[in-house]
Design a protein around this ligand. Structure first.
Ligand SMILES: Cc1cc2nc3c(=O)[nH]c(=O)nc-3n(C[C@H](O)[C@H](O)[C@H](O)COP(=O)(O)OP(=O)(O)OC[C@H]3O[C@@H](n4cnc5c(N)ncnc54)[C@H](O)[C@@H]3O)c2cc1C
Length: 412
């Protein structure tokens, strides 16, 4: 259907949803399934672009172990209500109904067997089944309040139009990966309506290094190790990957959400290894065997060599004093590093911060100061850890808003 026809048919819409990502599409389908006339506006040519590239193309669409503790939010109670009302099993049931095959990877993470496109297809099909309309290639230019609700000025293939709606859902996501459509529009709308923004920053993002450390990282680019990383009180044990810019891999992405400029991180390259004891007990029979050869039993060889080179430990294990062995353990188990920064929104999986949840009703996602204005998904200051939590938040917050929108309309 042509965009113009859609705009004419629905006016004024019960609900206009801004952004056809995970949260926007799911919210639209929920509200429409309960009888609301819903139009979703998206500035890109395709809906769900971030879903498409998520989870390495297989979309880690939820985590069976989702708990409020897996989220970073200034108001730590905020996510509880929505997460309790729409759980990972609920989204699994939806995929089951659409016969989408999926599997569990480590730690409760669920991925599509085939591709992330399956999740997009489910959302599109739920929207179509419930009668929720989708208008692509539509840039949102301005929002204003009207006596009936909201006026949305857009620029689409038919030129400039104003679309009226009783209620408005902002589901425009965060700032990460501008190349596939991220903008800061949701934050601007929030500010326009007097809501505060918790400072935003890239998260679940690789860390970068400069100077001497960068040379070490570069020399190890491509090496990965099952390790642990801590920053302050946060610690994550998972894979680390050395890159040409610094460090990446799941453990680093996780810790990036807790790291701030100027902080040091501590890298444990061999969790659970009692290295000092192992080295000391091997020493009497080590002969001419080098320390790096011994370490290479625990670490990738290039990494073992690099740690020894940095410490200046070049001789045989048999010649190492206890003090040297302790310094080796220290440099492997507690390697302190000072990242220079992150790779930024260009590669960040999510945006930390966002619309201050103190001003949002945690049961409905409606702004407390503006009846009819809702925020769902990543645009809110509710950021999940790596592992499917961010999509679970998208579904749960969208479900909460979708139910409330429909209930509000029914009560009119
Ligand atoms: C590479 C990558 C991999 C990821 N993998 C996972 C994973 O496996 N599991 C997981 O849980 N999370 C993952 N995430 C995070 C997850 O994708 C997001 O948290 C989630 O998509 C947020 O959903 P959302 O609907 O709030 O926002 P989005 O999915 O970002 O949707 C926002 C929509 O709004 C549109 N929009 C933005 N600005 C405008 C505008 N001005 N006008 C009109 N439309 C606009 C965008 O084009 C987009 O379609 C990943 C993220 C990235 C970048």
């Amino acid at each position: 259907m042509k965009n113009e026809a859609i705009a004419r048919r629905g006016e004024p819409w019960d609900v206009v949803v801004l952004g056809a990502g995970a949260a926007g599409m799911f919210c639209a389908a929920q509200a429409a399934a309960k009888g609301a006339r819903v139009l979703t506006l998206e500035h890109r040519a395709n809906a769900g672009e971030k879903i498409r590239i998520s989870g390495g193309g297989r979309c880690n669409f939820t985590n069976l172990r989702t708990k409020p503790e897996n989220f970073i939010c200034q108001n730590r109670h905020f996510v509880k209500s929505a997460l309790a009302r729409y759980q990972p099993q609920d989204f699994c049931a939806l995929l089951d109904a659409h016969r989408v095959p999926y599997h569990e990877k480590a730690q409760g993470q669920l991925f599509c067997d085939r591709s992330a496109q399956d999740v997009i297809d489910v959302l599109r099909s739920e929207m179509a089944r419930s009668g929720a309309e989708l208008q692509l290639n539509t840039a949102i230019e301005a929002i204003s309040s009207t006596p009936e609700g909201f006026a949305i000025q857009v620029d689409c293939d038919r030129g400039r139009q104003t679309i009226g709606s009783r209620m408005l859902v902002v589901a425009t996501g965060g700032k990460s990966i501008p190349k596939i459509g991220a903008t800061g529009l949701g934050y601007k709308i929030a500010e326009q309506f007097g809501l505060k923004i918790v400072e935003t920053r890239p998260a679940l993002v690789p860390l970068t290094f400069t100077d001497g450390t960068l040379a070490v990282m570069k020399s190890l680019a491509g090496v990965s190790v099952d390790g642990g990383v801590s920053c302050g009180k946060a610690r994550f044990d998972d894979a680390l990957l050395f890159t040409h810019r610094g460090l990446s891999g799941p453990a680093i992405l996780q810790i990036s959400s807790f790291w701030r400029e100027g902080d040091a991180i501590t890298v444990d390259l061999a969790p659970d290894a009692a290295l000092f004891d192992q080295l000391r007990s091997a020493r009497p029979e080590a002969g001419k065997r080098s320390v790096s050869a011994f370490l290479a039993q625990t670490l990738p060889r290039r990494l073992a060599e690099a740690r020894c080179a940095e410490l200046g430990v070049t001789g045989p294990l048999a010649a190492c004093s206890d003090k040297v062995l302790r310094s080796i353990e220290e440099s492997v188990r507690r390697w302190r590093l000072s990242p220079a920064g992150t790779e930024g929104y260009r590669t960040a999986e999510v945006t930390l911060g966002g619309v201050d949840t103190a001003q949002i009703n945690s049961r409905t996602m409606e702004a407390k100061n503006t009846p009819g204005l809702y925020f769902v998904g990543e645009v809110l200051d509710a950021t999940g850890w790596l592992g499917g939590y961010n999509f679970q938040w998208a579904w749960a917050s969208a479900f909460a808003a979708g139910q409330d929108l429909a209930d509000r309309l029914a009560a009119r």
